[in-house]
Design a protein around this ligand. Structure first.
Ligand code: HEM
Length: 160
């Protein structure tokens, strides 16, 4: 809300504002941890390797799960709890929070996605009060996250 308070009504966000929206981004990250928009991705093994006692031969197609990494209690204690403070300080260990993948083929759209998400959240919060019409609408995976009831909401514009 610091950024929202510093703006005149109708004044647009600038790049410096975006860089300072740390808490908002932590909230978005925690939402993507619990419901990763891309919950799995495919890779081809370039060499033979062993993982968790399984030998994966070169050339095999593998599927890695963002979802199970994000729910691993060794990296995210009490993993079902929505807690944006997990991202404070140094945040999660490298390659444990991977909604955009990791390594050389990491999502090239990450920064653009961050920009769009932050601008959307800023405008939603500063312009509207909103409420869910289905209070306990669940997120289901088929295989991407989807609100079971379609997440209808009621938007009430702020007075000023
Ligand atoms: C919240 C939004 C987004 C999420 C969660 C997301 C997630 C991902 C993930 C998990 C991968 C696979 C990375 C890997 O295999 O290591 C990926 C790849 C990719 N993403 Fe995104 N993405 C998002 C938005 C975007 C946007 C906005 C663009 C383009 C403007 C984009 C373009 C791509 C491309 C081209 C690849 C393939 C990269 C490659 O194979 O070298 N993504 N994304």
């Amino acid at each position: 809300m610091e950024i929202a308070k510093s703006k005149e009504p109708g004044q647009s966000l600038n790049w410096r504002d975006i860089q300072q929206m740390t808490y908002t981004w932590h909230v978005a990250c925690e939402a993507m941890r619990l419901a990763p928009p891309a919950p799995l991705a495919f890779k081809e093994a370039l060499t033979d390797f062993t993982f968790a006692g399984f030998t994966i031969p070169k050339g095999w197609k593998t599927c890695w799960s963002v979802h199970s990494t994000h729910k691993n209690p060794a990296f995210f204690p009490n993993p079902e709890k929505f807690d944006p403070t997990r991202f404070e300080g140094d945040g999660p260990l490298p390659f444990t929070f991977v909604p955009f993948g990791g390594g050389p083929r990491m999502c090239p759209g990450k920064e653009y996605a961050r920009l769009v998400i932050l601008v959307f959240m800023h405008n939603l919060v500063t312009r509207f009060k909103w409420s869910k019409l289905i209070p306990n609408d669940k997120i289901i995976f088929k295989p991407v996250p989807f609100p079971e009831g379609g997440l209808p909401i009621c938007l009430h514009p702020h007075k000023n």
